[in-house]
Design a binder for this molecule. Sequence first.
Ligand SMILES: [Mg+2]
Length: 233
Amino acid sequence: MDQYHTLLFDLDDTLLDFGRAEQTALEKVLAHFEMEAAPEFFQLYREINKAHWEMLERNELTKDEVLSYRHERFFEALGKKVDGSKVDQLYRNTIAEHGHHLFDGTLDVIEELSRTHRLFIITNGVKATQQKRLHRSGLLPYFSGVFISEDTGYQKPMRAFFDYVAARIEQFDRKSALIIGDSLTSDIKGGHDSNIDTCWYNPLGKSNPFSFSPHYEIKQLNEIYSILTSRNS
Ligand SMILES: [Mg+2]
């Protein structure tokens, strides 16, 4: 078997704790309107947010509409009328400023892996926001490159995104690359469709309802060592 030389890491909810960033941003937005941040509001927001991104996948809304409507619907549910695009600006600025918290132990794992492997980030998102967060997280020195969907013109799980990445990494060989990510629909499906092996980071032990499967599944990032070692033997 070929060894894995190149590791392609997803960013949000794989290395960076996006849930925490989202919570901080929502607190800031609620504070702006002098409203308390009740715990049930976070769940409500997440449900509304998820429903809106699903509407984008079904082509029922544009991305800009998703970004503003999600806040308008959320505040509507709380009995308040807001300008969604203004709220979204505050929301996303807060994520850019404060959304750089790593999961515990992540930096150690990445540092160690960077001694033996080539590491890259593959992330869907807005360039300015992701770059700021990456810079503040302390991750950047360990990565040989960063691919952000806004830059590439494509997004995970599109084959074109992975072709773009493959064409820009020196001596890239699909057989010796591994994608590590938390999202079945973007990271794992993307790898599956692009003939790159995948490792599903699944800390909560969710089940997989789809017809495609990851090659590996881990609950903690440091479990990746045993995958890489077994491949080497
Ligand atoms: Mg992710």
